[in-house]
Design a protein around this ligand. Structure first.
Ligand code: SF4
Length: 267
């Protein structure tokens, strides 16, 4: 898809907001099925899966968590885990000693301070060991239905490529991008931007030549612009089991219906 380079240096705040929302709409049409790619059944599972997802892929975490939650179904059970056994179960996700420490400290704090439940407020979540704003927003947005912007590596990179922000600081990115969109759209926007970053707008070689937002993107041309060559750069990998979910969403099943049918879509 050919792109015309937008000129953000001439852009007023109103024009920036309009362009940002157009990009949001195109991403929404492109990835209507965007969801958190971590499997989870409740807030505790999502919190643990998000901690485990540091420095590894969601696919790998999803392969590891069924056994983990079978063994430790809640914060109370995990807080009493034998450290070596816990390490062994989560070993495939890498950095397993540090992650086991985090999970133990986290679940003990949940038991001691929050009666074993995951709190539903940002200011409480960020006091938990190993939980920063990014993890807290993932949990709030997906397990509690509280709108949140998740600034991970993809979201930060794409926000700068879109010139939604110039900042490298995640809190500033969250604030500046949040001001461009309606609050109710924050969680879905986060999923859609992250999907776009994983599949098309890669860190090293974005596939600009086949990008659906090329005409709205000031960074068009940073990657491969030849459509044939760009098409070869696309990545569509989905976590196991997600293909079926995507097909059902494409066929018009609502998120509420799918949640009811047992898919871990969160709130
Ligand atoms: S792939 Fe290229 S055109 Fe598309 S969003 Fe990324 S930098 Fe912009």
């Amino acid at each position: 898809m050919a792109g015309r380079k937008a000129k953000p240096e001439e852009e007023s705040p109103v024009a920036l907001k309009r362009r940002a929302r157009k990009i949001g709409r195109v991403l929404g049409e492109t990835y209507p099925y965007a969801v958190a790619e971590l499997d989870f059944g409740n807030a505790f599972e999502l919190l643990v899966a998000t901690v485990l997802s540091a420095q590894t892929t969601d696919v790998r975490v999803n392969l590891t968590t069924p056994a983990l939650f079978e063994r430790y179904p809640d914060a109370r059970a995990m807080s009493e885990a034998q450290e070596l056994e816990l390490q062994e179960i989560i070993r495939p996700t890498g950095f397993y000693r540090a992650k086991a420490n985090s999970l133990l400290a986290l679940s003990r704090r949940l038991v001691d301070e929050f009666d074993g439940e995951v709190p539903g407020r940002l200011e409480d979540l960020v006091t938990l060991p190993g939980v920063g704003r990014k993890t807290a927003n993932v949990v709030l947005g997906n397990a509690f239905g509280v709108p949140g912007i998740t600034v991970d590596t993809h979201f930060g990179r794409l926000s700068r490529r879109f010139r939604w922000t110039a900042s490298e600081d995640p809190v500033t990115v969250e604030r500046e991008v949040g001001a461009l969109f309606e609050r109710k759209d924050w969680t879905m926007l986060s999923h859609q931007v992250i999907f776009h970053g994983r599949r098309i707008c890669h860190a090293k070689k974005p596939a600009c030549g086949v990008c659906p937002v090329a005409a709205l993107c000031p960074s068009f041309g940073e990657g491969e612009v030849d459509p044939m060559k760009a098409a070869k750069l696309l990545k569509y990998e989905l976590a196991p089991g997600r293909e079926e979910l995507v097909e059902l969403m494409r066929a018009g099943r609502t998120r509420a219906e799918l949640r009811e049918a047992g898919y871990g879509l969160g709130a």
